[in-house]
Design a binder for this molecule. Structure first.
Ligand SMILES: [Zn+2]
Ligand SMILES: [Zn+2]
Length: 250
């Protein structure tokens, strides 16, 4: 009963009220999803140039990336996101994750599908693979935000979504672990490929809501790599600065 009541509250909290901004609840004009202020902040965040190798913001399209210096991530071919994990993407991701906001997932996927860098990534993608939750967590939560994003993005761009990987065990929240070795131990062997044929020779794009250190996505990529895909890319809604400074220096 309690679960049912909570589900009802979650649904209610995630409801999009017509005429109200989905981020800040300010009045919007003409049935728009965002108020003018949030819309312009979102556009600014989306149009900020990014490093194709690591997804970090860069000053201009051709400026060198201060974070990866052109080296990118060894495991990933391309890394793309909608913007930095800060206002107004942060409250949108929060709504998607904690209030099961399917509508927020759809709105974010529609915006992503309209962005040139995401369209280009989809041209380099044969299959989208959402980061799976551990079985028990999926049952208790009943919702996987990465799956919602992948499903909606697949629908918007006509890209296949496949789930050929399972999460073998629940990993502890990475943010609670400061020791690099603990983080690696926490994630090694966390994922296993159950249907390698769905990945072999394919250009795979892994999908999640937020990338911070990339530890979870790297662990998933290591499992996916065993099926010998042609490429492994990453798409996330937002990129969080692992130093917690929202890339202010860039
Ligand atoms: Zn707003
Ligand atoms: Zn970079």
């Amino acid at each position: 009963m309690l679960a049912l009541a909570r589900r009802f509250f979650d649904d209610f909290a995630a409801t999009v009220f017509p005429g109200r901004c989905i981020v800040c609840r300010a009045a919007t004009s003409g049935g728009a999803t965002f108020c003018d202020d949030c819309e312009s902040k979102l556009r600014k965040s989306e149009s900020r140039p990014q490093c194709r190798d690591c997804g970090s913001p860069v000053a201009t399209e051709d400026s060198p990336c201060q974070r990866c210096r052109g080296r990118g991530f060894r495991l990933f071919d391309e890394v793309v996101n909608l913007g930095v994990y800060a206002e107004p993407l942060r409250p949108l991701v929060h709504r998607l994750k904690f209030y099961h906001g399917w509508s927020a997932g759809e709105i974010l996927a529609i915006r992503a599908a309209a962005l040139p860098r995401v369209r280009e990534l989809m041209r380099h993608t044969d299959v989208l693979v959402p980061v799976p939750l551990h079985g028990w967590r999926q049952i208790t939560r009943g919702f996987n935000q990465a799956d919602v994003i992948a499903t909606q993005l697949g629908k918007q761009t006509g890209t296949k979504v496949r789930r050929p990987v399972i999460r073998l065990r629940q990993t502890k929240a990475q943010s609670l672990m400061t020791n690099r070795l603990d983080r690696l131990k926490n994630l090694s062997g966390a994922f296993a490929v159950t249907r390698p044929a769905a990945l072999r020779g394919k250009r795979v794009t892994l999908v999640d809501d937020v990338m911070t250190t990339g530890a979870t996505l790297k662990a998933l990529a290591r499992a996916v790599a065993t099926a010998e895909p042609a490429a492994i890319n990453v798409f996330t809604i937002a990129l969080a600065d692992p130093t917690g400074h929202t890339f202010e220096a860039i």
